[in-house]
Design a protein around this ligand. Structure first.
Ligand SMILES: [Zn+2]
Length: 434
């Protein structure tokens, strides 16, 4: 197979045909969902059936589904299929607080998911001759098995290295000739540091493709990962509620993630009012599964903030592109009346080569005043000249003030002095008196 597409007919389907397919699958999805205790009740109360859907836009006649709805109906209130007969796997979201959310899959659902992940990997040039290493946690976390089955479907030689143990990751890369690696962005940077500690130049290895996702990151951070590891890094988007990885993925253009619209119906809404936003404007991503049988989700509020990129992609795929995730509606914090996303801080910090990649924002009450303290690690390059450090600190503070409209207390700390996480980085600590 020499094509640049995994499934050319679907990936390049004209918009009108794609929307017809979406409508047909939406009606089917609604019909299936009505067999679940939760949706059965919701649709009955609204007096609505799939017959009310005449166009894709009619999805607005259906109510949103929230994480709170899923928690209230934990564990199986949204299961529509015959779980005992047809259920083959459960995944659960990494709920750090309260009840986790659970997704149940049939064999059809897992096959559809693996195919989507294979489609993503193929899109960035990974072929069956490649060696694919996955540094995701396995188990309930979908980045493990999700990429595993997708890469196997593609026919690549897979290395289920799982999370952590950086020296071992590097040994696998060099010994097995790994050509493609899946890693969250902060871990990719951590690996580059360990390569250096081990005295190995990462650009001398066979590694050439990196899949990064699961953690919001900036364009500058991507370029940094590419430079440090000598790879091309592609952005990946997914979440447990929508299977996991494989919902959206960048093509070789590295300009937005094609969202697979044959399997997901994407809306961008105003997070406050729930009203639709036009393409190009930032709002909350709302997703509906179109090819899931055991546990369809309709108009799921992802709490991810992003936008649909207007225009066509030069790669020829007709599925619209999502911009990188700008943050979470619930990551946002408010200090002194200003709404701030950690991404805004990160965007400034990555522009200074004197800084390392690890930072921590602490919100605290000091003398009855709310204060924002940003600690950021210095890179190795920096001199210990106090005057020079003070000048850098002032430059960064000024730029931060321009971006977030208030002046944080900035502390430059030595490399390695902030907590180092091998999983998702913790960026904000709120110690304020409530
Ligand atoms: Zn493209």
């Amino acid at each position: 197979m020499n094509s640049k597409y995994w499934e050319e007919d679907i990936e390049t389907m004209p918009r009108e045909a794609l929307q017809n397919l979406q409508l047909q699958r939406l009606k089917k999805t609604m019909h299936i969902a009505s067999h679940s205790p939760y949706y059965g009740k919701v649709f009955k109360e609204l007096g609505i059936t799939a017959d009310a859907l005449h166009s894709v836009a009619d999805i607005r006649k259906l109510p949103f589904t929230t994480k709170a709805d899923m928690r209230a109906n934990y564990p199986f209130g949204l299961v529509a299929g015959n779980m005992r007969e047809d259920g083959v796997r459960i995944h659960s979201s990494s709920g750090t607080t309260g009840t986790p959310t659970v997704i149940v899959h049939s064999q059809h659902d897992l096959d559809s998911w693996a195919n989507l992940v294979a489609r993503c990997l193929y899109m960035v040039g990974i072929r069956k001759t490649d060696v694919f290493q996955n540094s995701s946690g396995y188990g309930m976390f979908t980045g493990g098995l999700g990429f595993q089955y997708g890469a196997e479907r593609l026919g690549a030689l897979t290395v289920p290295a799982a999370a952590g143990n950086s020296k071992r990751q590097i040994k696998f890369i060099t010994d097995f000739g790994t050509t493609a690696l899946h890693a969250i962005p902060s871990y990719a940077i951590r690996l580059a540091e360990v390569f250096q500690d081990e005295g190995i130049n990462p650009t001398s290895t066979t590694l050439r493709t990196l899949i990064i996702g699961a953690e919001p990151h900036t364009e500058e951070q991507r370029r940094k990962i590419e430079r440090l590891l000598g790879v091309k890094a592609y952005n990946s988007f997914g979440m447990t509620e929508m299977n996991g990885p494989g919902v959206g993925f960048e093509c070789l253009e590295q300009n937005g993630m094609h969202i697979w619209e044959d399997c997901y119906l994407a809306e961008i809404v105003d997070p406050e009012s729930g009203e639709p936003m036009p393409d190009g404007e930032i709002g909350e991503l709302v997703l509906t599964t179109l090819d899931r049988e055991m546990m369809p989700l309709i108009r799921y509020r992802t709490r991810d903030l992003t936008r649909i990129l207007p225009g066509k992609c030069p790669c020829g795929r007709t599925h619209r592109r999502l911009d990188r995730i700008k943050g979470r509606t619930d990551d946002m914090f408010i200090i002194k009346g200003v709404n701030i996303f950690p991404m805004q801080v990160e965007k400034i910090l990555v522009q200074f080569p004197q800084l390392g990649s690890n930072y921590l924002i602490t919100l605290d009450t000091i003398h009855n005043q709310d204060e924002m303290i940003i600690e950021v690690e210095l890179s190795d390059l920096i001199s210990d000249n106090y005057l020079e450090l003070e000048k850098i600190r002032k430059d960064i503070t000024r730029q931060l003030k321009d971006e977030i409209l208030l002046t944080p207390k900035l502390k430059l700390v030595n490399k390695g002095s902030l907590p180092q996480n091998e999983g998702k980085a913790i960026r904000v600590k709120d110690l304020r008196e409530k």
